[in-house]
Ligand binder design. Structure first.
Ligand code: PNS
Length: 159
C-alpha cells in the first residue's frame, strides 16, 4: 500500500492541481491532498474553505482525501505513514526551489521520496495567483478551474 502526499496552499485549487491529483490517484493506492495551514502568505480563502473547494471537486475520487497540516511536511508524512511526496513542476523555474525542498525533506527524513510530476502542457502557465488576478478583473475562469468553483472564486475575488 503506497500512500502519496500532495501538499500545497491550494488558495484556491486550479485545474493544474486537479490534473496532478487525478494522475497521482492512478499511480498510488492513497493520495492525501494536504493543505498547509501555517503559511506566511495572506490567503484569500481560509483553510476550511480551501478544503471545502477541494472536497467539492474530488468527491468522485475514492482513494483521494483532503486534510490540513501544519508544521513540517515530513512530520505529517511520518504521521500518515506516507511514502511519496508529489510536486507538480510547470517550468524549469519551478525546479530550482522544488529541488531544494526535496533535498531538505530528504535530509530531515531519509524515507521521504519526492516525485516531480510535469504538469500537462495546457496548464503550464496556471497558478492560484493567476486565477485570482483574472477573477479580480472580471475575466473568464473557464477551463482554468472546475466550473462549479467559478462563481465562488469570482465572488471572493471581485473588486
Ligand atoms: O502551494 P505552495 O504554497 O507552493 O506549497 C508549499 C508547501 C506547502 C509544499 C511548502 O511550503 C511546505 O512544504 N511547507 C511545510 C513546511 C516544511 O516542511 N518546510 C521544510 C521543507 S522546505
Amino acid at each position: 500500500m503506497i500512500t502519496a502526499v500532495y501538499p500545497g496552499s491550494f488558495d484556491p485549487c486550479t485545474n493544474g492541481h486537479l490534473d496532478i491529483i487525478e494522475r497521482s490517484s492512478k499511480l498510488f493506492d492513497r493520495v492525501i491532498v494536504s493543505v498547509l495551514t501555517n503559511s506566511s502568505k495572506h490567503p484569500t480563502f481560509t483553510v476550511d474553505e480551501r478544503i471545502e473547494l477541494l472536497n467539492i471537486v474530488l468527491k468522485d475520487y475514492p482513494n483521494v482525501s483532503v486534510c490540513a497540516f501544519s508544521g513540517l511536511l515530513v512530520d505529517f508524512m511520518k504521521k500518515e505513514n506516507a511514502d511519496v511526496l508529489i510536486k507538480g513542476i510547470r517550468a524549469v523555474s519551478d525546479y530550482e526551489y522544488e529541488f531544494q525542498m526535496a533535498l531538505t525533506n530528504k535530509a530531515l527524513y531519509t524515507d521521504a521520496e519526492t516525485l516531480f510530476m510535469p504538469t500537462s502542457k495546457e496548464y503550464m502557465f496556471l497558478s492560484s495567483s493567476i486565477v485570482k488576478e483574472i477573477a479580480s478583473y472580471g475575466g473568464s475562469l473557464k477551463g482554468l478551474v472546475p466550473d462549479e468553483l467559478i462563481p465562488i472564486i469570482n465572488k471572493r475575488c471581485a473588486r
